[in-house]
Design a protein around this ligand. Sequence first.
Ligand code: GLN
Length: 447
Amino acid sequence: GEFLARIKALNPDLNAFITMDEEKSLDQARTADEMIATGQSTLLTGIPIAQKDIFCANGWLTTCGSKMLSNFISPYDATVVKQFDQVGMVNLGKTNMDEFAMGSSNETSYYGPVKNPWDRLAVPGGSSGGSACAVAARLAPAATGTDTGGSIRQPAALCGISGIKPTYGLVSRYGMIAFASSLDQAGPMARSAEDLALLLNVMVGFDERDSTSLQREKEDYTQDLEKPVSGLRIGLPKEFFAEGMSSDVSSAVEAALAEYRKLGATFVEVSLPNSKLAVPVYYVLAPAEASSNLSRFDGVRYGHRAAQYANLEDLYAKTRAEGFGDEVKRRILIGTYVLSHGYYDAYYLQAQKLRRLIAEDFKKAFEQCDLIMGPTSPTVAFNIGERCNDPIQMYLSDIYTSAASLAGLPGMSIPVGFGSKNRPVGLHIIGNYFREAQMLNAAHRYQ
Ligand code: GLN
């Protein structure tokens, strides 16, 4: 009730939620009460959570931030939604996001931009900007996000909260609207590493309905939280500390690293020579996959349909022209271009090869260290409108996050203070495959 009241008061300005349904939320709260009364509760029973609007939730409007799905009521639950339902968490509503998760500022949403609660002139980051804003503004204690090239970590950094993208394949993609399937991964966003560990315990698990879901033994992510970090070897990639990072971000990150030194961690310089190609590689591969995934939105099966059309071809064309925003159209054009005959070898295939080299760099680096640290975003939150007409500048928001994504590695962001204009700064922690517990431990010891 308290959170619903806060959402009612603050959401009209912040715009963090696209959809709320008080009846549904209160219904779930009653179910949670019953679970508690009958001794079926877990630590999370009755705790509210906000769901990014990329997750299908039975009976809920599920828009993915797009006009294309502005009338789509999902007939089923995403696995992630079901997992939280089963432990008795209460869905507070669906959070705003960049259209089809394409963006770094939440400005590509059909439902309008989200404001950064620390400074309402600033963007919250994206694409999980609504979730980051909801947690930062205390509209929800926890939220889900998805991260393809940085969409959990970058908004977490810009809003001063914690977020983790797990190893690719740990969390089911079933019912999560696809952007770039080989990169998409869901994860939790919350105030602390401890909260993330509890949420991750619910989200991680094999799902036969996701073909890339991994079958592994269950792990308790809270188990190592309190471990001392003395002796932890932190790798600092020299490429991440070169040009590009603004000085306010750099001082906050340096101060955080000094804390780790005090806690007994040691530092080693590592090199990720191919990481400078991560942004261009990402912006070939992600649009290529997106152009294929988004072909399903044709006005026939579900979603928006043009009102008037001459024939089937015209129905497709008009529906897609009306239903998709500019950024989505730009990605589809790039994607179909790099996949087309005559360009495939020069772009798509080349990018695939570079993707492997980027992953090999990490493999070598992890022979020398346990975790890699650096900035999450090169700058603090920028102003709403500032980068709208400059896609390249916008794409560079992912300069530190996209490399780990291409390698399928887990990455997280934790708040480490404030930069210029008192806007939050995030520390980026990259772990080796399946080292989420170790990352959460390092984050928890700092917090
Ligand atoms: N900002 C990146 C993009 O626009 C990443 C988005 C994401 O991770 N979903 O593609």
